[in-house]
Structure formats: structure tokens, C-alpha cells
Write a protein that binds this ligand. Sequence first.
Ligand code: PEP
Length: 251
Amino acid sequence: MRRPILAANWKMHKTVAESVAFAKDFAPRVAGARDVDVVIAPPFTALAALGGALAGSAVALAAQNVYFEEQGAFTGEIAPGMLRELGCGYAIIGHSERRTVFGESSELVARKAEALLGHGIRPIVCVGESLAEREAGRTLDVIRRQLAESLARIPAGRAAEVVVAYEPIWAIGTGRTATPAMAQEVHAQVRAELRARFAEAGDAIRIQYGGSVKPDNVRELMAQPDIDGALVGGASLDPDGFARIVRFDAR
Ligand code: PEP
């Protein structure tokens, strides 16, 4: 049984003060949500303060990116050890905005995943096709290649620590969500790839769906057999909205 994981990706939103205010509002709303992992990825600048504000809650801290080197002359980059020091349990890597706006390759994502595991930080590895790729019938080929290249440095013994996020690019921030059936079709394929690569450890890997997840569509998405969680952008910026997503199965 895979434990659901609901993660907030705040992207370049929220100051330190806004992040702390969010935590004070949000943490009590999800205090009773026991059987899920809840993760928030604020901007780097808010990690320390948000970590402090969430202390004592079960909400985990994540970074939105990382560099794979331990230290050195890499202006503007952040090392895995620096994230660990701030209490990060997770880091998002290979988000489509990193791939398309900043030109990150799957080979780079693979190095980041390896470096994170070396510091006990769970990588949330994002994959997803563009609208042109979907319309050309290339979705599964694209996903297969991104997975193979991005997970190339993960040994089977550590695979269960990885989270994969399937995020169709055309659904991110657009209000267009893949239907639960469309998402499940790709998730089933991701699951098959993970099993082929990692054998039974592939069954333990959690696969999140991302792309305009909202309080009113999360439940149906989470009901799909291979959807184990959600990576949420816009709707995670509001404490009430993200709390309703976390409590997707509340009656
Ligand atoms: C994301 O950026 O990972 C994302 C899924 O964004 P949104 O929920 O806004 O589509």
C-alpha cells in the first residue's frame, strides 16, 4: 500500500512573512490528516523560516531545485547538504519549467537525483509531455525516455525513496486538467516502466499527478489505481484550498 503524498509547489511565490503566515493558518487545518504525506516547497529564501513555522507539525519541507555538486564555484546554485541542513526531506527536480525555461536535461536531473539520495533527501522527479508531443501521439515515448534518463543513476535499493510526478505540460497552470482516465493511462505506463527498471521496488514508488489539481478534482484523480498523490501549483498557494486537497478523502 503506497502512502498518498500531496505536495505544494509554490514556485516564485510568497515572501518569508507570507510563508510563515501560511504555515500558521495551514498546519492546524491538516493536523488530523494522518495517513498522507504533506509536503511544501517554498522558494529557497523561505525554507528556513517555513521550516521553523512548521516545526512540530507533520508537514515536510521541500526545495524546488538543487545542484548536484557538494560545493564550489557554482554561482547561484544550492547544494544538497545545504538543503539537508535546513531540514528538507524532499526536493523537486526536473520540473517542466526547469526543463523548458532553464534548459535542464534529463541527464542533469539524474545527477541531481543521485546527489539528493546521497544526503537522504527524497527526489520528486517530474516528467511530462508538451501539447505538441501529445497531439503527435508521442506521449508514452516521451515519458519513457524522460524516465529512463532521469532515473539512470538510481539503484534499485534506493528506488522506493523516489517520487515520480507526471505533469502534462499542457495542464500546468492552464486550468486544463487531464481527465482521471487520461492521467491513469499514463500513470499505468509509468508504473510498468518503474517495474521494468526496479522490479518489485517499482511498485513502492509513488507517482503523483500534477496539472491544475484543485479541491474539486483531486478526489476523482486520487481514486485512480496508479495515482498516489498530487503535485499542486496554483491551488497550493491558498491555505484553505491546499488543506482541502490534502483532505481529499474527508467525508
Ligand atoms: C506545477 O507547477 O507543478 C503544477 C502542477 O502547477 P498547477 O497546479 O498550477 O497546474
